[in-house]
Design a protein around this ligand. Structure first.
Ligand code: BGC
Length: 753
């Protein structure tokens, strides 16, 4: 295999039925903005301005709209209000529009005569390439080549280039470049005002959009062509458009470049939206195409140096892991802790651009060990939304802070389904776990003092209100949905109770240590938080008395106190087509009273607290729960893969690896159509690093310790690892590993043979 094949996602041949999948899979982004990989010219029979009302539903089971194509342009933080579904990220105007006509015939991937079609997303630099031969009805042949990227270095810029080479005939070519606001978000129009304008002498145009929420988005595009064109404006109320024509003959090569700057009033930079976009563009033009690309490519290169996982002996796994890392890297808003990473990796609207526990449990480990600053930002996002979490608690009648199951950008609960919103409460403790994971992996203890203490105290207050005390003097968490969302109202979910206990214990420990080591800082926090001296005792007592539905002697750790009382199911008679989610084959009513897990629950607990369970318990849990787990959630398979690997079940772990990789990549499943399963991308990194390399979590280990179990055929696995302020390179082979410290000499931190 050549290098390209290890770095490029490829689409060979155009199939209309797969277009939406590739639009999601090839999404480009630079942290600041993200664009699905729709064709520049759009798609026939795929209008983007269809209005409809999306109803609250279970996303896994919902039938999505837009069978063929869904454009998506997202800037994290620009949101609108849906009348039924609450806050959603706004699908912004589509700025990549470029249409071509030859003698009136419009280029269209479905209707035109196209051959040799291929598309390629180069993960090294995030550039998307498309090429094909267009044979017009009049018999002209044009070789068409497109490329585009969103600059990783100059994040307000999008750069597009198209080359049309006339192979035979003479062409009267018509070019139309657009910025179009005739798009919808889940069927809603969130634009209050759209103003198109153009300067045809300059070949430039702009689109000013005001959203209903009052955000301003300014898009400014400049066109450059190899043949001089005289541009004419062809605006409609929702579209800025410039049209030009030229005559081309066999042998001619026509090139068109479209450089776009996008700015909004939410950007961290100072200055008016319009003038910043214009400044960005003129700076870009003075840099020139090559410099622009060079800056962009360098920036990607640095990101890959910090994150790339190299696998020798399994090319498919190599490409798949890079695809996942690519999406993780582009989803990270490097300079903005007012947003986190939404569940679809800003590549679709299925989850409305909201933030789930996915961030803390599935994504954070990757960032902790590749880009600690990004991990810090993700936690800062939770600190920044603490006020929203306090409002949530208040709405439910509690003191303190209750983080939202589906968080808005201000932290308030957006989940439109009561089961999850009301009962999937573990998220509040997951955030605390993640914060400690961050502190232990980076050594950034100051984070706790500066930000963490407020989160700890406020969430502890919430837990003290949420528990119920029983006659035996212990307390419980009743009416809880654990990670397994197929049981909505359980008693003492093991995962949740353990996480809450941890969270309360850490709160007490943090208060104790702050008071001891930094009394003035403690005093300031106590005053700021109106901390009653008795509260700490309450936290301590609640932590101590919170029941765990298991102990070290329990062979099978129960998912919840009442788990055994749910009905057993005969899966084979119900789930007759295993290529579809189990949830499609059973009513919610029956599902909610049966032992069928949506995803890892006890196993997730064991992953986060491995030292508390014996190997026998791990094995027993795996053998008991896996057969009744449907993996209807994409968060499930990676966890099972890790556990299988820890149990040294190499073949099973390798099968899970295949399933993890297929979730977004498989064209057959069209998994990326509604966006990227970004938690699963983080899950793949964890499967490789925690599962196959066997890295002991920084949560429980001061130094880098590995227990590798590489899949059959893997000759070498290597990856960079940030650990407590230093950077290392870990190399694993079938019978050993090495850890080299980077940028500080060649010292070996640990090795086994
Ligand atoms: C899963 C949740 C997850 C959410 C967003 C659901 O299907 O069950 O655990 O947080 O998707 O990815």
């Amino acid at each position: 295999m050549n290098e390209d094949n290890l770095w490029c996602l490829q689409e060979n041949g155009y199939h209309a039925g797969l277009h939406k999948h590739y639009e999601g899979l090839f999404t480009q982004g630079n942290g600041y903005m993200h664009v699905r990989a729709s064709f520049e010219e759009g798609c026939s029979d795929a209008p983007q301005d269809e209005e409809y009302l999306r109803f609250p539903d279970n996303v896994t089971l919902e039938k999505p709209r837009h069978p063929k194509s869904k454009q998506g342009t997202y800037i994290p933080g620009i949101v609108g209000q849906h009348p039924l579904l609450k806050e959603e990220i706004v699908n912004l105007p589509y700025f990549l529009g470029l249409e071509f006509r030859s003698a009136g015939e419009r280029l269209d991937m479905d209707r035109s005569r196209i051959s040799g079609y291929s598309r390629r997303l180069d993960l090294r630099d995030g550039r998307l390439h498309r090429s094909f031969l267009w044979e017009t009805e009049e018999g002209m042949k044009l070789q068409c080549t497109y490329s585009r990227y969103l600059s990783m270095a100059d994040t307000h810029l999008s750069i597009q280039q198209v080359q049309l080479e006339v192979l035979t005939g003479e062409v009267q070519l018509e070019v139309k470049a657009t910025l179009r606001a005739d798009v919808r978000t889940n069927g809603m129009n969130h634009f209050a005002r759209v103003i198109p304008s153009a300067d045809f002498n300059e070949g430039s145009m702009s689109l000013e959009t005001l959203t209903e929420e009052g955000n301003q988005i300014f898009m400014h595009a400049v066109l450059e062509t190899s043949e001089p064109l005289s541009w004419q404006a062809e605006h409609t109320p929702l579209m800025a458009a410039l049209r030009g024509e030229c005559k081309l003959q066999a042998g001619n090569r026509f090139t068109l470049s479209k450089l776009i700057a996008v700015t909004t009033d939410r950007d961290p930079e100072e200055g008016a939206v319009r003038s910043r976009a214009l400044t960005e563009l003129s700076r870009a033009r003075s840099l020139g195409w090559e410099q622009l690309y060079h800056r962009h490519a360098e920036s990607w290169k640095r990101k890959w140096q910090e994150a790339d996982v190299a696998i020798k002996g399994d090319d498919h796994a190599q490409l798949s892991v890079r695809a996942s890392l690519y999406h993780l890297i582009r989803s990270n808003a490097a300079r903005d802790a007012r947003v986190a990473i939404c569940a679809k990796g800003y590549a679709g609207e299925a989850y409305f651009g909201r933030y789930f526990w996915d961030t803390e449990i599935n994504l954070l480990p990757f960032f902790l060990h590749t880009n600690p600053q990004a991990a810090r930002n993700l936690l800062l996002f939770r600190y920044n939304t603490l006020e929203g979490a306090k409002r949530n608690a208040q709405k439910y009648g509690y003191r303190g802070a209750r983080y939202a199951w589906e968080s808005s950008i201000s932290g308030e609960e957006q989940c439109a389904n009561w089961q999850y919103a009301d009962h999937e409460i573990h998220i509040t403790a997951d955030i605390v776990y993640a914060m400690y994971h961050y502190v232990r992996a980076t050594g950034d203890e100051a984070f706790l003092e500066q930000y963490g203490i407020d989160m700890l105290v406020e969430t502890a207050r919430y837990w003290c209100g949420r528990v119920d005390w029983n006659r035996e003097g212990t307390c419980e968490l009743l009416g809880v949905m654990g990670p397994d969302e197929y049981l909505p109202l359980t008693r003492n979910n093991a995962f949740t109770n353990r996480m809450v206990k941890f969270s309360l214990e850490q709160t007490v420990a943090c208060l104790d240590s702050l008071q001891g080591i930094r009394p003035e800082s403690y005093a300031a926090a106590a005053e700021r938080l109106c901390l009653d001296p008795e509260e700490r005792e309450l936290f301590r007592n609640t932590a101590e008395k919170l029941r765990l539905p298991y102990d070290s002697k329990t062979e099978i750790v129960p998912q919840s106190d009442d788990f055994a009382s749910y009905a057993d199911l005969d899966f084979d008679s119900i789930w007759t087509d295993r290529s579809r989610p189990f949830g499609h084959f059973i009513s919610q009513e029956r599902n909610y009273r049966s032992k069928a897990l949506k995803q890892a629950d006890v196993l997730e607990l064991m992953l986060l607290f491995p030292q508390e369970f014996t190997e026998e318990q791990l094995k027993a849990a795996y053998n008991y729960y896996e057969p009744i787990t449907t993996h209807d959630s994409s968060l499930s398979v990676a966890v099972h893969g890790i556990v299988a690997s820890w149990l040294n079940q190499k073949e099973t772990a390798a099968n899970f690896l295949q399933r993890v990789m297929a979730i977004d990549l498989s064209a057959e499943k069209k998994g990326a159509a509604e966006g990227i399963h970004i938690a699963n991308c983080g899950g793949l990194w964890q499967l490789i690093v925690y599962g196959f390399a066997g890295l002991k979590s920084a949560m429980w280990s001061e130094s880098i310790e590995l227990q590798p179990r590489l899949p059959e055929g893997w000759e070498e696995l290597s990856f960079p690892l940030a650990w407590r302020g230093e950077r290392y390179r870990v190399t694993v082979i079938q019978d050993g590993y090495e850890v080299h410290k980077l940028n500080g000499g060649d010292s070996v931190a640990g090795a086994t043979i």
